[in-house]
Design a protein around this ligand. Structure first.
Ligand SMILES: NC(=O)C1=CN([C@@H]2O[C@H](COP(=O)(O)OP(=O)(O)OC[C@H]3O[C@@H](n4cnc5c(N)ncnc54)[C@H](O)[C@@H]3O)[C@@H](O)[C@H]2O)C=CC1
Length: 405
């Protein structure tokens, strides 16, 4: 690729990459601000997003075959993540300050894929090409200029963030599997030793790649707070069609070497506060909750912690012994197992109902971890019982959608 990002050369003004062309449908637009033009494209693209995404990748790989090797052999459902992230970012580009955190993480996170500054113009060109074709009613020179300008802002923040990160941290870590414990036929606890120090906070997660599915990255939460021996563990459930999770549960053995991206996520404990914690962990979502409990224990400042640990059946409460042991050693910790059905086989209403039925919780800081459906319903329940949304933490639902597969 040829040097750093170049799209700012024309500043996105006067027609951009596809020539000046005739005055298009954007000539007499009411809200002709850049943000208004971007919103109009988005509204037109939304119903045909699948086609636009397919076109985007076709253009990208046709014009820049060298970029293909940054992506996995099989482009699965994750393929729309790049396109969607670009659109989300570009449409918020009129407020770069608010976006900087997101784009900084995105730029740093892209280092593990081998992304270089020279790749950004190729992606931008394909993005504009796909949008122009699939939003013909609203596309025109001014709209194109607005997209070029937005993409330039977005990509420059990502490029700068990656360059700054390069001075601080590796693009990825190699991590050798040192223990592999099958807790149920579908769930394994995988413990790894990173090849270099791996600083992270309890409650965060990382992207992980196995040797069996190169360039397919999946997110897993750390199942422990940082340990003195530097080891990291993950709770992995093999799910149908989950390439990475199946390989980790059924194939990984001590000695195998994985790759880890940087730690990310803000579901961490604020130790400047002393309010009590209410934690909801569903299924393998108990992993980061356990890490948070260990973090509170190590921090030494006692605050009460209530953990509601939900599972579909008693058999699925694969980590209950660990949680009960923690409860025994810490008088400030209460663990409440919650099954979907009661002893008579009747539905219990699950975690949200169990939390609603106890309390009061309105003075607590809340943490949720588990399937996206549980998080959505859990947040509704917690807001309903008086916990302000600003005191409820969970990982991004978008990231979780592809998390465990
Ligand atoms: N940081 C995080 O938020 C983490 C999230 N996860 C996610 O947790 C999930 C774990 O999967 P499994 O163990 O198979 O969970 P599961 O499907 O067996 O469900 C676990 C618990 O969540 C409840 N639940 C599920 N869907 C619900 C809904 N729509 N409304 C209310 N309650 C619901 C179930 O009743 C059960 O108590 C995966 O999707 C994984 O990606 C896993 C680790 C960390």
């Amino acid at each position: 690729m040829d040097g750093p990002h170049t799209t700012s050369a024309d500043g996105g003004r006067g027609g951009g990459w596809f020539g000046d062309g005739p005055a298009g449908p954007d000539a007499a637009v009411e809200d002709a601000s850049d943000a208004g033009l971007l919103r109009r494209t988005m509204a037109e693209i939304e119903p045909v997003a699948d086609k636009a995404i397919a076109h985007f990748y076709a253009l990208l790989f046709l014009r820049h075959p060298e970029v293909r090797e940054l992506f996995p052999a099989a482009m699965d459902t994750q393929r729309d993540r790049l396109f969607k992230a670009l659109l989300t970012a570009a449409t918020h580009a009129d407020d770069p300050a608010a976006l900087t955190g997101y784009l900084t993480r995105l730029g740093c996170g892209h280092r593990k894929y081998g992304t270089l500054p020279g790749h950004y113009p190729a992606v931008g060109e394909a993005l504009i090409g796909a949008l122009a074709l699939h939003a013909p009613r609203t596309w025109g020179p001014r709209t194109e200029a607005a997209w070029v300008s937005a993409y330039t802002t977005v990509s420059q923040i990502m490029i700068d963030a990656a360059a700054a990160d390069e001075l601080r941290a590796p693009a990825w870590w190699h991590a050798e599997v040192v223990a592999h414990e099958r807790r149920t036929p579908d769930i394994a606890v995988v413990t790894v030793r990173p090849d270099q120090p791996y600083p992270f906070l309890a409650g965060q997660y990382t992207a992980l790649e196995t040797p069996w599915w190169p360039r397919v990255w999946r997110h897993y939460s750390f199942a422990s707070a940082p340990r003195p021996d530097g080891l990291l563990s993950f709770h992995v459930k093999a799910v149908p069609a989950g390439w990475v999770s199946n390989a980790l549960v059924r194939r990984a053995r001590p000695g195998d070497v994985l790759r880890l991206g940087p730690p990310t996520g803000s579901m961490t404990v604020d130790h400047t506060r002393d309010s009590a914690l209410l934690c909801l962990g569903g299924g393998t979502g108990i992993a980061p909750i356990k890490a948070l409990v260990e973090d509170v224990a190590r921090h030494g400042r006692r605050r009460t912690v209530d953990v509601f640990y939900g599972a579909r059946s008693g058999h699925d409460l694969y980590d209950i012994d660990t949680m009960l042991r923690l409860q025994q050693s810490h008088p400030w910790l209460s663990v409440h197992p919650v099954l979907d059905d009661d002893a008579a086989g009747l539905p219990t209403g699950g975690l949200p109902q169990a939390v609603r039925a106890s309390g009061p919780w309105d003075a607590h800081d809340a943490y949720l971890s588990g399937p996206p459906g549980l998080i959505r319903r859990g947040v509704d329940a917690l807001v309903g019982i008086g916990i302000p949304a600003g005191r409820i933490r969970h990982d991004s639902l978008e990231e979780l959608a592809g998390a465990a597969s």
